[in-house]
Write a protein that binds this ligand. Structure first.
Ligand SMILES: Nc1nc2c(ncn2[C@@H]2O[C@H](COP(=O)(O)OP(=O)(O)OP(=O)(O)O)[C@@H](O)[C@H]2O)c(=O)[nH]1
Length: 509
């Protein structure tokens, strides 16, 4: 069959451009590829017209006895018969089936007759009818007015596989023979093997046969995302995985896996899994029979659902146990991180801020003072003759003095001040908002405290130390950065040292 309207021609050309040329040329020459009988072509032509009626369909079909018999047999099957009288005419049958199911029936009969002999093609067909039954059930819940057309689309969604099987029978035996291959795996292998997957081949084939655009597009996008507002697309895209689960060697596990993936989808709550499974169980045998196919193995839908739910429950339990463990691990990590961060700021001997943290604090506060026009002072403290002390009492006594001096500083500062160890026996205190006079008072308090209290005891004897202190206030120099402020305090401290130690000097005063 060739494409016959301008729009169909464009659609066909676009798909042909995407299809690797070796595939299209093989398919075009493939004698094994089914060609549609005249009656099916007439039905497709009718399907393309916007105002087609059942009577148009019936007229297109009724001259072909085999087709008519098939359409009537589907219309009279348990699936469609329900309480009505059996159809006796092609017109009755098309009316009962609706346009879309009639189209699907005609196409399936023409395309796949005798194919169910081969194992892999039987499998293909079982997936097709299971998906079609699932899709139409879902559509009745989610988008009832489209349920007929979705049945057709789901039935034909994998027609590209059939085309590839016909065109490359030897390769297809390798690609499609293994029932355990997931659909996702099949898609990947097809892409590797043919450079495209069966959705493109299927859409191309349908375009070539002149099927209507909606059907072509739906087949082309049948593996698309479920997160879409297009309910018809959702029904179609769910139908394949449901069919795979139903036909798998371990349906409970497969169904549980599928349900787990879908649980967060907004549409998931709008249909009942048990209703779907019961529908499949009830529908598949008569539907297969009507379409002349071998029915998929029967599955106890109730047991299937119970097992799948049990598996889901177990999965949820193990997931929440894993989440608990992850939460605890995260807490431990955060604690460790907090400890590490704290450690990276603290001088281990004196428990005061270390030099890096002091400098960072000073940098921040320096800029804050500049932008908010506030002031601050820095107090630089150096223990006097500390080498002598170490030499006289030992290094450990020196450490005890440093530790005790750290505590003394901590007891003298106010909240908001930062005291730290700048180096060996050098300390620095940042006094936010303090001018030089206040900072000097603070420094003198330190010297007085050291005169009053020993910083260690060695052999029961008190060890007193003195300090040389330099003070620098932001107000007292055009300091360009925090380091210049520290240098000024350091210089003042050296001035104290040179002046005899044990005192306080203020920069610029
Ligand atoms: N016990 C102990 N001693 C330290 C520590 N860090 C530095 N020192 C010692 O402190 C002494 C500092 O000596 P100097 O720089 O000569 O200064 P000083 O002896 O205090 O003399 P002036 O500063 O001039 O009064 C050195 O002997 C260092 O080994 C420490 O963590 N523990």
């Amino acid at each position: 069959m060739t494409v016959n309207t301008a729009a169909s021609e464009t659609r066909y050309t676009t798909l042909a451009d995407q299809l690797p040329s070796f595939i299209s040329s093989t398919l075009l020459q493939c004698k094994r590829l089914p060609s549609l009988p005249a009656a099916a072509l007439r039905v497709l032509n009718v399907a393309r017209t916007a105002d087609a009626t059942c009577s148009d369909y019936a007229k297109a079909i009724e001259h072909d006895p085999a087709l008519t018999a098939r359409v009537m047999s589907v219309a009279n099957s348990v699936h469609y018969l329900r309480t009505a009288q059996p159809s006796h005419t092609c017109f009755d049958a098309t009316q009962r089936l609706g346009l879309d199911v009639t189209l699907a029936t005609v196409l399936s009969f023409c395309l796949f007759e005798d194919d169910h002999d081969a194992h892999s093609r039987a499998r293909f067909w079982q997936r097709a009818i299971t998906a079609a039954a699932a899709a139409s059930y879902l559509a009745k819940q989610l988008c009832p007015h489209q349920s007929g057309s979705i049945f057709t689309t789901a039935l034909l969604q994998d027609i590209g596989i059939l085309a590839l099987q016909k065109a490359y029978p030897a390769d297809a035996d390798l690609l499609y023979a293994d029932d355990r291959s997931s659909h996702q795996h099949i898609i990947q292998v097809e892409k590797r093997y043919f450079g495209c997957d069966h959705t493109l081949v299927g859409a191309w084939l349908m375009a070539k046969w002149g099927a209507h655009d909606e059907l072509i597009n739906a087949i082309y996008h049948s593996h698309g995302s479920l997160e879409t507002d297009d309910m018809a697309a959702v029904c179609l895209r769910m139908s394949g995985p449901i069919a795979d689960a139903w036909l798998s060697a371990n349906p409970s596990q497969a169904l549980a896996d599928v349900l787990r993936q879908w649980r967060t989808l907004p549409t998931f709550n709008n249909w009942a899994v048990d209703g779907l499974l019961a529908h499949l169980q009830q529908t598949l045998p008569p539907l297969s029979n009507a379409l002349g196919l071998s029915a998929p193995c029967g599955v106890d839908s109730l047991a299937l659902l119970q097992n799948a739910q049990q598996l889901l429950f177990e999965h949820t339990l193990s997931l929440s146990a894993r989440l608990d463990a992850q939460y605890k691990a995260r807490e431990t990590l955060l604690n460790d991180y907090a400890k590490l961060e704290q450690r990276s700021r603290i001088d281990p001997l004196t428990k005061l801020a270390n030099r890096a943290w002091l400098e960072e604090q000073l940098r921040e506060r320096f800029h804050l003072c500049l932008t908010t026009k506030r002031t601050m002072s820095v107090v630089f403290i150096d223990l006097d003759h500390f080498k002598v002390l170490n030499d006289q009492y030992g290094h450990q006594a020196g450490d005890r003095v440093l530790t005790h001096f750290g505590k003394t500083l901590t007891s003298l500062i106010r909240s908001g001040d930062v005291a730290g160890r700048y180096g060996g026996e050098e300390f620095l205190v940042i006094l936010p908002d303090e001018d030089a006079d206040s900072a000097k008072c603070f420094a003198e308090r330190i010297t007085r405290r050291l005169q009053e209290r020993p910083m260690a005891r060695v052999d029961q004897k008190p060890v007193y130390v003195s300090v040389s202190i330099g003070v620098a206030c932001l107000n007292d120099g055009g300091f360009g950065n925090e380091q210049e402020l520290i240098d000024a305090a350091d210089q003042s401290m050296y001035f104290t040292k040179r002046s005899g130690r044990g005192g306080v000097s203020v920069y610029g005063h």
